[in-house]
Write a protein that binds this ligand. Structure first.
Ligand code: ZN
Length: 300
């Protein structure tokens, strides 16, 4: 289990703070301690990262690698999510927090290399079998479907509340993890999601509050539902046998949105779950650890 790691406690610009300190804050300590915690404690390519600021609930900006993050309150703390692409470079990313009073706190996100397992590509007979033509068709249509999925909108406010629940009921069996590569003749296809074992017809639940921004059949992904949770966060449910919610509907956490199936590019029935942060598909298992029920259970 990845545990909370307090990365930095840095207090800068005490003089400047004293100069701008409003009179109403006379009872406050001269300079409050601002600290930043980061989950997971060991970050790899393809991971979601939860940054939390302690000591203030507002800030002017928070940037990672020069990109400004959308902040929100989670667990009472000023927070932000970062999605690291599976194929992003490993190394250290600069993080800059600018407080409302102008103080700047800097730190770094250390991103380790993810081990990428390789698996052969198996194209099901219904999509043409293992032939070069079927491979080409698969790659081309995956690109097209990827564009459709990337084009979904997001609200400029946080729609989700609290922790995320799992998309199907326990007990959970994960049959394929995030990140491995399926090799084809010319290129490789990364598995950018988590597969859950599920017989056809198993109820699928919204992992949190949000809005249905996509609900249609795709050749490879099958019947697909995308929920926008706001601030660029999307959960994506694929290969469904049934879509049970209309486009544009608001959904509650735990509301049934459809049933699992074996539509699209599958070798057997399962639920494929993808989670995107700012358009980047991250590892749903790590997401559940840092912002899902599994954190609650193990954090006690
Ligand atoms: Zn999958």
């Amino acid at each position: 289990m990845r545990l909370l790691l307090i990365l930095v406690i840095i207090i800068l610009g005490i003089g400047g703070y004293l100069a701008v300190k409003p009179p109403s804050e006379d009872k406050q300590p001269i300079a409050e301690e601002i600290s930043i915690s980061i989950l997971p404690d060991k970050i790899e390519q393809g991971d979601p990262v939860l940054i939390q600021i302690h000591g203030t609930t507002t800030a002017k900006s928070l940037k990672v690698n020069d990109k400004e993050l959308k902040t929100f309150i989670h667990d009472g703390k000023l927070s932000a999510l970062v999605g690291l692409d599976l194929r992003s470079k490993s190394g250290s990313l600069p993080m800059v927090l600018t407080l409302n009073d102008g103080r700047i706190i800097t730190s770094r996100l250390a991103v380790g290399e993810r081990y990428i397992a390789k698996a052969p590509l198996g194209i099901p007979e219904k999509l043409g079998g293992d032939t070069p033509e079927a491979e080409r068709e698969l790659i081309n249509t995956l690109v097209e479907e990827g564009k459709l999925i990337s084009a979904v909108p997001t609200e400029d406010e946080k729609l989700w509340e609290g922790e995320f629940r799992l998309p199907i009921d326990e007990p959970i069996t994960i049959t394929d993890t995030y990140g491995y590569s399926r090799l084809t003749g010319a290129s490789s296809i990364s598995h950018k999601g988590t597969d859950f074992r599920a017989a056809v017809g198993t109820p699928v639940y919204a992992m949190n509050f949000g809005k249905i921004v996509f609900n249609r059949f795709l050749r490879n992904y099958g019947n697909t539902i995308i929920i926008d949770h706001g601030l660029g966060l999307h959960t994506i449910y694929m290969h469904l046998s049934e879509i049970g919610v209309p486009l544009g509907a608001d959904v509650d956490k735990g509301e049934e949105i459809g049933k699992t199936g074996d539509t699209g590019y599958v070798l057997g029935p399962h639920l494929h779950l993808s989670i995107r942060i700012g358009g980047i598909s991250i590892d749903p298992e790590i997401f559940m650890e840092i912002i899902g029920l599994r954190v609650l259970k193990s954090a006690e």
